[in-house]
Design a protein around this ligand. Structure first.
Ligand SMILES: [Fe+2]
Ligand SMILES: [Fe+2]
Length: 369
């Protein structure tokens, strides 16, 4: 009989690590167990729990794929491409790469504040069927807390944000980090964020709560389901970043840490697999059930989840993703402007791959969000 009910302590429980990684005196989360294999943080029981819950869905003939296609669609889509990035680094243009890796870390750090915004809910009240022994019933008793700490660290260890900074520092030989690298970002920090990152003015204006898609259900429930779907979309999108970073940073011609840096990116990816696993499971569990509306009537979970995912795919793909590419391209152009051989480098850079369209105005981009 598979275990389906876990305490918060069990979901947060750690492996017995025999090797931990450090960077500049700080301990990074996760580590190697005695067999030399990397184990993500708080994963002594968490991975197995998610597998058990997902297996229950499968066993009962329910779909467990939620927006899985997004991972494939976004898979190879990263600007600058591997070739373009390596070319920049070979040409001595380290500043834009430093900025790109810094922003990846910054956005990882947003994760915890975003998750903290989700109010604890008694999820059972919204479902006709029991949710006992599901990912849904464990969201607020371990899963979301573990996720937030994976992204931004805990009181005792560093999380993904700091891990990306470590990857950046080692692969680029401790580049100079300036405050402007945290400013004018194409993504807005979530409310409650205390760090130094600041979004561009146009991006800040985009963050407003839209109208409810299913006004007949509890507003906080819809907000929670929508947030889970949005975070899942972001997690899928991150796989393109992992693939790109591993390819670029494992090249000894351009990376000062061709072994350690890509290895740590791989560890971050393993941690993210857990996030994808539980988010997909909780949304699939909702899809397989019946929701209770505010007036007591019923609504199919399938209808709600399919619609919310459709909206999320529209909101999070396309132009919104392109905004980040435009931001990266702007940084590259700025660096090349001040480079003595900038014109030639830019010409070759352009010939190596796709270039984002700069004429897209901020207003257009804001409307697309
Ligand atoms: Fe992460
Ligand atoms: Fe994540």
């Amino acid at each position: 009989m598979k275990t389906l009910i876990y305490s918060s302590e069990e979901l947060l429980a750690e492996h017995d690590y025999s090797e931990k990684f450090t960077h500049k005196g700080h301990t990074l989360h996760g580590g190697l167990t005695a067999d030399g294999i990397y184990k993500p943080p708080r994963s002594l029981n968490r991975i197995q729990a998610i597998e058990n819950w997902t297996e229950e869905l499968r066993k009962n003939g329910h779909q467990t794929n939620i927006m899985d296609e997004v991972k494939e669609i976004i898979a190879g889509d990263f600007f600058p491409t591997e070739e373009q990035a390596k070319f920049l680094m070979r040409s001595g243009c380290k500043d834009s790469m430093t900025r790109i890796l810094t922003i990846i870390g910054v956005v990882e750090g947003f994760g915890n504040d975003g998750i903290k915004l989700l109010p604890p809910l008694d999820m059972q009240q919204f479902f006709v069927e029991s949710i006992e022994g599901t990912a849904l019933s464990h969201l607020h008793s371990g899963l979301l807390k573990a996720h937030g700490q994976d992204e931004a660290g805990s009181d005792i260890e560093e999380g993904h944000d700091a891990m990306w900074y470590a990857v950046r520092d080692r692969s680029l030989g401790n580049p100079t980090i300036t405050d402007d690298m945290f400013e004018n970002l194409p993504v807005a920090p979530p409310p409650g964020y205390q760090g130094k990152a600041k979004a561009a003015e146009s991006v800040k204006q985009m963050t407003s709560i839209g109208t409810q898609i299913f006004p007949q259900i509890n507003m906080m429930l819809e907000l929670t389901l929508m947030a889970l779907a949005r975070i899942l979309h972001i997690e899928y999108g991150a796989y393109a970043t992992f693939h790109w970073a591993k390819q670029v940073l494992s090249d000894p011609e351009v990376s000062e840490s061709p072994e350690w840096a890509p290895k740590v990116v791989g560890y971050i990816q393993e941690d993210e697999d857990i996030h994808v696993g539980y988010l997909r499971c909780a949304l699939a569990e909702t899809r397989a059930r019946t929701l209770i509306c505010e007036d007591g009537s019923h609504l199919s979970g399938e209808e709600v989840i399919d619609k919310l995912c459709e909206v999320v795919k529209k909101q999070m793909g396309g132009k919104r993703r392109e905004l980040m590419s435009i931001h990266r391209y702007t940084q590259i152009l700025k660096e090349l402007e001040n480079h003595p051989d900038g014109e030639r480098i830019l010409k070759e850079f352009k010939a190596l791959g796709r270039i984002p369209e700069l004429e897209e105005t901020e207003t257009e981009a804001a409307q697309a969000s």
